[in-house]
Write a new protein. Structure first.
Length: 130
């Protein structure tokens, strides 16, 4: 597994951290996004979230002992494969973390869209007749 900067979490964990940082920046008003761009980003987030949700029943099988047989090698590999799937840096754990970060990103995009609307309203109010 790829370990980013020796900290752990792997490549997908790094993506989750970046998505959370992106969401925080958007929610804080560090940037804004117009309706068209925001809707495109929300659609992409929703597609990814839906795909992850659809895989939930399939992913559960990764946590079960693999039917590798009864050889010494098979008995040695079974717990290792389960750990790779579900330990603290395992695929299932990281996938769940990524799914949660998508919810954060969605809220951030919605905040960035509201920020754009507010900025647009404030700017256009300067042109109103007095």
């Amino acid at each position: 597994m790829y370990i980013a900067d020796g900290i752990g979490g792997g490549a997908v964990g790094g993506i989750s951290a970046n998505v959370k940082n992106f969401a925080k920046a958007a929610a804080s008003g560090a940037f804004s996004v117009n309706e068209t761009g925001g809707q495109a980003l929300l659609a992409a987030i929703n597609r990814m979230s839906n795909w992850i949700d659809e895989q939930a029943t399939r992913v559960i099988y990764l946590a079960q002992p693999a039917p590798l047989g009864s050889s010494e090698g098979a008995r040695t590999m079974q717990p290792f494969l389960q750990d790779v799937a579900q330990d603290q840096e395992g695929f299932i754990t990281i996938l769940q973390e990524f799914r949660e970060s998508l919810d954060d990103a969605k809220r951030g995009i919605e905040a960035a869209m509201a920020s754009y609307q507010n900025a647009d309203t404030e700017f256009s109010s300067g042109f109103a007749p007095q």
